[in-house]
Design a protein around this ligand. Structure first.
Ligand code: 13P
Length: 250
């Protein structure tokens, strides 16, 4: 059984003071939620978020990690630094990182190794662009992203790895993949896991959908058998709406 998981990706939004306020408002609203939950905040908000989330059912996440333990990597953050902030999850290879910051599946793989080494669960993002979808390259792109980002991992590692399928054309555009489209594409990703890793890995790994997911469409998306949760951008910044998403089944 794959337990549903709803994670918020705040991207480059909110100061520490705002973080404290939003999370204080959110906590009681999701106290009865039955899914796993996490909020992935900017690095500078981790400390405020950690304090605010102490004792709550919401886990803390970051939005990237470097692969090296330490050293001359100006502007980067190590897994040990995140662990010290009690980070449980880290988003890796988000399409915005791939698009604007030269992130590749090869570096995502190295970052995922570092995260697991510090017992932080990687949320590995994959997804095709509009052009790739329209020209019939979705499967080829996803196959490459999944196999290269997850290269070398063993069945045991997959207990901690989460995959997020985020079609780039659905991010921040208000354009959601239809539940059927998302389900079908996630089924394809599961098929890749079965062929490249094992049937067990395919059956047990949680695969989330991301891209304009909100309180209005969460139920239809979560009703799909292959969709195990959501990675929520814009809607995760609004406590009431994010709570409605987390409480989709109550
Ligand atoms: P939106 O929910 O704002 O479309 O963002 C999705 C996303 O990129 C989550 O990582």
């Amino acid at each position: 059984m794959r337990k549903p998981f709803i994670a918020g990706n705040w991207k480059m939004n909110k100061t520490s003071a705002e973080t404290k306020e939003i999370l204080a408002e959110l906590k009681p609203l999701v106290a009865e939620a039955t899914c796993d939950m996490a909020i992935c905040v900017p690095f500078t908000d981790l400390s405020a978020a950690r304090k605010e989330l102490r004792g709550s059912n919401i886990k803390l996440g970051a939005q990237n990690v470097h692969w090296a333990e330490s050293g001359a990597f100006t502007g980067e953050i190590s897994a040990a630094m995140l662990k010290e902030q009690r980070v449980d999850y880290v988003i890796l290879g988000h399409s915005e990182r791939r698009q604007y910051f030269g992130e590749t599946s090869e570096t995502v793989n190295k970052r995922a190794v570092a995260a697991l080494g510090s017992r932080i669960r990687p949320i590995v993002c994959v997804g095709e662009t509009l052009i790739e979808r329209e020209t019939g390259h979705t499967e080829e792109v996803l196959y490459a992203q999944v196999t290269e980002s997850l290269k070398g991992f063993k069945t045991r590692d997959f207990e901690k790895i989460i995959i997020a399928y985020e079609p780039v054309w659905a991010i921040g555009t208000g354009k959601t993949a239809t539940p059927e489209e998302a389900n079908e594409t996630i089924a394809f990703i599961r098929g890749v896991l079965a062929t490249k890793f094992s049937k067990l890995v395919a059956e047990n790994t949680r695969i989330l959908y991301g891209g304009s997911m909100n309180a209005g469409n969460v139920k239809q998306l979560m009703a799909m058998p292959e969709i195990d949760g959501g990675l929520i951008g814009g809607a995760s910044l609004k406590p009431e709406e994010f709570a409605r998403i987390c409480n989709y089944n109550l």
